[in-house]
Design a binder for this molecule. Structure first.
Ligand code: AMP
Length: 114
């Protein structure tokens, strides 16, 4: 699997505005924010996209999603609410082939999937 920009952020080879890190995940600000708060969460164990998570153990997948929610809590979004997005593949609009959850919030988001 070739290195993506997120592999390089994880390896510390390029900078990112990290908001949270632990043994399982890294969360950092999106470079082109689509909402007042826009953070990306990646698992340290690499997968290309959501589809590939089917080959993970259920507890690994569960840990990832629990930690996405925990990052949203740490960002202060638990009460106000927020949107999570996972784009998969070309037609899904995925531009970086390293699975990542978008957390968008800090304002009222229009529409359902805008
Ligand atoms: P996606 O289109 O779902 O693959 O999302 C990729 C996201 O990564 C986009 O929202 C980009 O703005 C964001 N992005 C690309 N390069 C960087 C970077 N170096 N640091 C932070 N976010 C990035």
């Amino acid at each position: 699997m070739s290195d993506t920009i997120f592999d390089k952020i994880l390896a510390g080879q390029i900078p990112a505005q990290i908001v949270y890190e632990d043994q399982d995940i890294l969360a950092f600000k999106d470079i082109s924010p689509q909402a007042k708060i826009h953070v990306l969460v990646i698992p340290k164990k690499k997968a290309r996209n959501l589809s590939e998570l089917q080959s993970w153990r259920a507890d690994e997948v569960g840990t990832f999603f629990q930690k996405v929610a925990a990052v949203a809590d740490k960002l202060g979004l638990a009460n106000s609410g927020y949107r999570t997005v996972l784009n998969t593949g070309r037609e899904g609009g995925q531009s970086v082939d390293y699975v990542h959850a978008h957390i968008l919030g800090g304002e009222s988001l229009s529409g359902h999937f805008a």
